[in-house]
Unconditional design. Structure first.
Length: 284
């Protein structure tokens, strides 16, 4: 699930604070009013006219929907074992990224029971490795009770992750190629609209990339992929942001590029935002 209106508000609040300006009364959604170039939001901030486009991004096609299905299946299992499996060790259960495909809701409770039994039976005997070393898993092939492959890793000296149990999806394809393809599509879809508003309204243009992926994406990866993708476009937005919304709270805002600065320059990255304080500026 993406949060267009609140993501735009999060970026506007950052711009207001950074530049010392205030939003005007003329802000509105051209898309919702049927404008011929239907960007998501536009209007003045601090006396300057802005045009905003928002898009949700995925590391691969269908990721966000699969993430929702995975949480439904695996979150109760993850919560069942959090802090309860031989602390200070940390455990990771790796599953295919599409493990939930084809599983009916009526089967979920039974699979969860089987997962709990399997983890309880194997956790103590799992070989222990340094944190982040994925060389010694316990594996199980798909069975009638658990219709997907499992890999259980046990890490010693896990520091801040001590006592945690984490379920991680594993994507077997070329994840970075998929990520580049998705970011490239976002650039193609959004850059042209923003360029029209710059040409016709002299608007200062902003693209917001919303990240709702807790497992395979972060702001640094978005920045690095964006730097590759936007080389293919001559007309680019003035500023590009990433907004992470995968937790209920907090969210994070990072400026990926503006006026010669990038994510790697200090001051405008991973800024914490309380989503409860944000306004729903659009219908999405």
């Amino acid at each position: 699930m993406f949060h267009e209106g609140k993501s735009i508000d999060a970026v506007i609040r950052h711009i207001e604070k950074r530049d010392g300006g205030q939003r005007g009364s003329d802000l509105y959604s051209p898309d919702e009013q049927g404008h011929s170039v239907p960007i998501d939001y536009a209007g003045s901030i601090g006396g300057r006219y802005f045009a905003f486009e928002h898009t949700g991004i995925e590391a691969y096609p269908g990721q966000i929907e699969l993430d929702k299905q995975r949480r439904n299946l695996f979150d109760p299992v993850q919560q069942r074992f959090a802090g309860k499996l031989s602390p200070p060790a940390c455990f990771e259960l790796h599953v295919p990224h599409d493990a939930t495909t084809g599983i009916k809701n009526s089967k979920i409770a039974g699979i969860q029971e089987e997962l709990v039994k399997w983890v309880e039976a194997n956790a103590d005997s799992a070989p222990s490795s340094p944190y982040g070393s994925y060389s010694k898993p316990i594996r199980q092939a798909p069975t009638s009770g658990i219709p997907f492959q499992l890999e259980l890793f046990r890490f010693n000296e896990a520091y801040a992750m001590a006592g945690q149990f984490v379920v991680r999806p594993v994507y077997e394809g070329d994840l970075e190629a998929e990520r580049l393809s998705r970011i490239h599509k976002s650039c193609k879809d959004k850059f042209a609209n923003l360029a029209r508003w710059k040409e016709e309204k002299d608007a200062y243009t902003i693209l917001i990339l919303e990240d709702a992926d807790i497992s395979l994406t972060n702001h640094q990866r978005i920045m690095d992929t964006l730097a590759q993708a936007e080389k293919d476009y001559g007309s680019r937005p003035d500023e590009i942001y990433a907004v992470s919304t995968y937790l209920e709270s907090p969210w994070w805002v990072s400026c990926l590029r503006r006026e010669g600065k990038t994510y790697y320059d200090d001051g405008e990255r991973l800024l914490e935002v309380d989503p409860a304080s944000l306004s729903q500026l659009t219908k999405r």
